[in-house]
Design a protein around this ligand. Structure first.
Ligand code: IVH
Length: 684
């Protein structure tokens, strides 16, 4: 630092310039390409040097300096910005037929035969907030929201805080820097950042956002840009307004150029030779919609040749050269008719809303989870409320918004139960949750059986919810060990069982009790807070059931990944004589465990590795694949960098595939991935 003090004014100016270039470049590597070249510490070092020099020579501070991304003072109101070219909206196509109608309309308007092929650009439709950013001679000068399409709000200081928005355009080798370019795109919040933000807001007792789009809008449209700076926002460019100094012939050229200038532009995108290829893209995107880091609500199809845009023109609201191909909605409005309480395997009582049935994505939804009573209180949900329900992928339907405007005054508040709704025992409050204190509560037993028998636990085929309920109701199973003592005659007394099905279940139980890997057993017996991953860590560390059973709190705490809460749960579980009795009873019935030594388990193919998924997997959801890799000691990342060890390539892989190729990272297909999982003892 002492050395820098001796810099002359001119030397300081040069160094400041150099540092800005460097920092901008590394910002781009980090926030746009997701592929940093330097460590965080090295980056901080450059940043600190720039801050110090700017403090010494404040006359050199410019609004596009990386140091100015945060800290602008709050304003009283947003200024207005008139868009040079109005920001139109898009017409919707709700299905494949309507996409084909669009193609026919385009050809009709252009006077082309119906069997001609039109080249289209197909892109994801990002569900965010549209925004226009102006660059003059490569420098960030103005940012505005879409507003009513003609006049938007001035959000220049706010957008400046979004790290994936360049403050200076990169200088591509094959393209000049335009005198002026109006870049249009979507301000977004990633789904995982949205979840984190909502958790934090809920913890602070503040109002949460209904979806990532509202969160992005609420975070961007803040009079105090410091708040925007604290929220993780992203920007993806999908087009341009006025461009002076560069001409483009195709939409695909625009998106390629925007990437060269340093933006994230719509991806995965595809130049489609004709409408058939568009439909193929539409199907593939809908099938994979859950696996994207951003919320997508469809695709956007644009005629690729820009000269045709002029010929096609626009209506008052939308261009005739583009259309939005919407995905089937995953959200519907309905009403809560009642609330019931569901008692889980550890006694946790979950409020469940009973809904007026609605069809969402081909499935009739009549129940939705209300999570816990903190959620009920924060959302102020009441019986009789009109609500928006969401069903995404294989997760339980949930209520995302209460439409309070629809209240009539007759809605009834939802109260936590005073007694267990199943066995009548007392209920205790633990944080946001209420729990039945009776460890023999039949509801808990039913849930414990379902969990014990599930595929990822003991894998007893044919022992699902219905049978579990019957076994408990008829008194045939009073604890988990009783499952191993069931006889064919017992089952034959149950409705729905015939000779063959009864025999099948008995056989499945027999099979399940032999040579069970220790970690599977630990997961199956339902120790509170012990999921698959922890079960594996425990098996790895202790090797045998006997050793784990006698582990002390301090011994457990020493293990990486085991905190006080888990350690306490384990000790308490094995301190309870009834739990030990049940487990001993299982051993008496012939249960055998495959106990392991640490070395054997550590051979997990994913241990310590960073894994990235690209493309759709056929055999499981992305979430499940991630869970399995993590359970086997690996880490899953969303982007490919030099630190990535392995890339799992599914169907229709995206840009990550190309990056992995460029970087020479090991890639495997889904079959090979499944093989590795099987070798690690996972049933897939
Ligand atoms: S192009 C003339 N491309 O969807 C309008 N829009 O419903 C050209 N959007 O206001 C829009 N992703 O905010 C385009 N890849 C994409 C998009 C996209 C999301 C939004 C945009 C627009 C709205 C239209």
């Amino acid at each position: 630092m002492a050395e820098k003090k001796r810099l002359s004014r001119e030397e300081a100016r040069k160094r400041i310039e150099e540092l800005r270039e460097l920092i901008n470049y590394h910002n781009y590597r980090y926030y746009v390409l997701d592929s940093p070249e330097i460590t965080d510490e090295e980056y901080d070092e450059l940043f600190r040097e720039l801050v110090e020099l700017e403090q010494m020579f404040p006359e050199f501070i410019t609004p596009d300096s990386p140091t100015q991304r945060v800290g602008a003072p709050p304003r009283k109101e947003f200024g207005e910005v008139r868009h040079t070219i109005p920001m139109l909206s898009l017409q919707d196509a709700r299905n494949e037929d309507e996409l084909r109608e669009f193609d026919q309309r385009v050809k009709r308007l252009l006077g082309l035969p119906q069997d001609a092929d039109i080249e289209y650009m197909a892109e994801p439709k990002f569900d965010g907030l549209s925004c226009e950013i102006v660059y003059e001679n490569g420098r960030y000068t103005l940012a505005s929201t879409r507003g009513d399409g003609v006049v938007g709000e001035d959000v220049t200081p706010n957008v400046r805080t979004i790290r994936s928005v360049p403050m200076r355009l990169l200088k591509p080798k094959d393209l000049p820097i335009p005198k002026r370019i109006e870049v249009r795109g979507e301000v977004l919040m990633r789904k995982d950042d949205f979840e984190k933000l909502n958790q934090e807001l809920a913890r602070k007792g503040e109002k949460t956002f209904a979806n990532p789009r509202n969160a992005a809008a609420g975070s961007l449209r803040q009079l105090d840009p410091n708040i925007t700076a604290q929220r993780k926002l992203d920007f993806v460019a999908w087009g341009v307004g006025v461009v002076e100094g560069v001409t483009f012939k195709k939409q695909s050229e625009i998106l390629d150029a925007l990437e060269k200038y340093g933006f994230k532009a719509s991806r995965p995108r595809k130049v489609c030779k004709n409408i058939d290829e568009v439909i193929e893209y539409y199907r593939a995107m809908e099938a994979q919609r859950e696996s994207f880091v951003y919320e997508l609500d469809g695709i956007v199809v644009k005629v690729n040749d820009l000269s045709l845009h002029e010929k096609l023109g626009q209506t008052s609201r939308s261009p005739r050269w583009a259309i939005a191909g919407k995905f089937a909605p995953r959200r519907k409005t309905t009403r809560i008719i009642d609330v019931v309480y569901s008692v889980g395997r550890t006694g946790t009582i979950t409020p469940v809303a009973i809904l007026e049935p609605v069809e969402i994505g081909g499935v009739i939804v009549s129940r939705a989870t209300l999570h816990n009573f903190d959620f009920v209180r924060l959302m102020d949900v009441r019986i009789g409320d009109t609500v928006i329900v969401q069903r995404a992928g294989d997760v339980i339907p949930e209520i995302v918004t209460v439409i309070k405007e629809k209240r009539t005054g007759k809605e009834k508040p939802i109260q936590p139960p005073e007694k267990c709704p199943v066995c009548g025992a007392d209920v205790v409050k633990e944080g946001a949750y209420y729990r039945c204190v009776n460890i023999s509560c039949p509801a808990r037993l039913v849930q414990s059986i379902i969990h014990f028998a599930s595929r990822r636990a003991m894998d007893i085929e044919g022992l699902g919810e219905k049978t579990a309920r019957l076994l408990v109701d008829r008194g045939l199973v009073k604890d988990l060990a009783d499952i191993f003592y069931l006889k064919k005659e017992d089952l034959l007394k149950l409705p729905g069982f015939a000779d063959k099905s009864a025999q099948n279940l008995i056989d499945a139980i027999e099979r399940a009790k032999k040579d069970v890997p220790l970690w599977r057993f630990l997961y199956a017996i339902g120790i509170p807070n012990v999921g698959e991953y922890t079960a594996r860590v425990l098996a790895e560390r202790f090797g045998t059931f006997e050793k784990l059973k006698n582990a002390t709190y301090t011994e457990l705490l020493e293990i990486e990944g085991i905190g006080p809460e888990i350690a306490r749960s384990i000790v308490e579980f094995f301190k309870e004589p009834r739990n030990i009795q049940v487990i001993e009873k299982m051993f008496k019935a012939g249960l055998t465990l495959k106990e392991v030594t640490g070395a054997e388990v550590k051979e997990s193919p994913f241990a310590g590795k960073t894994v990235v998924f690209t493309g759709a997997l056929k055999s499981m959801t992305r979430d499940r694949a991630k869970e399995l890799v993590e359970m086997l000691g690996g880490r899953v990342s969303n982007s490919v960098s030099r630190k990535t060890d392995l890339v799992v390539v599914g169907e229709n892989p995206g840009s990550k595939y190309r990056r992995a190729q460029q970087l020479g990272i090991e890639m495997i297909n889904e079959e090979e991935f499944l093989k590795l999982l099987r070798e690690a003892g996972i049933k897939v």
